[in-house]
Design a protein around this ligand. Structure first.
Ligand code: IPE
Ligand code: IPE
Ligand code: MG
Length: 271
């Protein structure tokens, strides 16, 4: 594991930063709260939408990086349930941008082997955006290099409520007995079913809150908060987040002594 300080890392090129990564210690699943598009635009005297549009380039770079590094799952928060409270003009422009993104990126996603899936109350999206969501989901359903999950009209509490509602139906229909309900069973009703829990959550723009994202799944996730605004969060920033993650010691409730990592990891961590 690198012992370089943040200011020493500043001087390294992207290739050098990437070479410091330890493949065995990469996250299997990264979740991202892409925040700060509006502020990025405001700093430049531009309309908020300019920040959202620029943010798409960051999404693209992160997908490519995950692919390059063999990270199998990336879940990004694109629109929360609470975001419906924004002015109609911004909501409409965001929905058009979503549709435009899906049209523009479908081929690139297929080429990269990315399976696209949307989670959230998808049926509340405007019809034409929803049609593109379904189209790209179908077109990429056979791919498995990267699982790209996009949270749209998503709220963590609603996700749990929806899961419990379906579970209650199954209890009523005698498919499930109450004493069979455990964490694994409930997990099976969540929209992220089949994905490992995120190892790393990244939130940009300096806010240090979860904003109703993946409440169940983030139980033991490592958090990385950076002041960088989402449109500025490019490959280099993502590499710095991964290097920071690799310094963490994940204990899952155990003591340090109990962890006893395998010999090869001891060597890497002290290298
Ligand atoms: C994140 O950027 C994108 C969405 C929530 C859709 P914001 O639009 O929240 O940008 P800020 O937080 O106002 O800067
Ligand atoms: C969270 O960002 C939602 C997304 C990034 C899509 P917000 O900007 O909406 O979050 P709050 O309101 O600052 O918590
Ligand atoms: Mg915001």
């Amino acid at each position: 594991m690198t012992k370089l300080t943040a200011s020493e890392l500043e001087h390294l090129s992207e290739a050098e930063l990437q070479s410091l990564l330890i493949p065995d210690l990469l996250p299997r699943h990264i979740a991202v709260i892409m925040d700060g598009n509006g502020r990025w635009a405001a700093q430049r005297g531009l309309p908020r939408m300019a920040g959202h549009t620029e943010g798409i380039k960051s999404v693209r770079e992160l997908i490519t990086l995950c692919r390059d590094l063999g990270i199998k799952a990336l879940t990004i928060y694109a629109f929360s349930q609470e975001n419906w409270r924004r002015p109609a003009s911004e909501i409409n422009a965001l929905m058009s941008l979503l549709e435009h993104y899906l049209q523009m990126e479908m081929e690139a996603l297929i080429e990269q082997g990315a399976r696209f899936r949307a989670i959230g109350r998808i049926n509340t999206l405007p019809e034409s955006a929803l049609a593109w969501v379904r189209k790209v989901e179908r077109a990429t359903a056979h791919l498995d290099t990267l699982n790209l999950t996009v949270a749209l009209s998503y709220g963590g509490r609603s996700e749990i409520v929806d899961a419990v509602r379906r579970l209650a139906e199954d209890v009523k229909d005698d498919v499930v007995k109450p004493d069979q309900i455990d964490e694994d069973l409930l997990e099976g009703y969540l929209s992220t079913h089949g994905l490992p829990d995120p190892d790393l959550l990244i939130r940009t723009s300096g806010e240090t809150r979860i904003s109703n994202f993946l409440l169940w799944q983030l139980a033991y996730t490592e958090m990385y908060f950076t002041p960088t605004l989402w449109p500025d969060f490019r490959r280099r920033e993502a590499l710095l987040a991964l290097l920071d993650y690799q310094r963490r010691e994940r204990r899952f409730g155990q003591t340090r002594d109990q962890l006893d990592p395998p010999d090869d990891q001891v060597d890497k961590r002290t290298a």
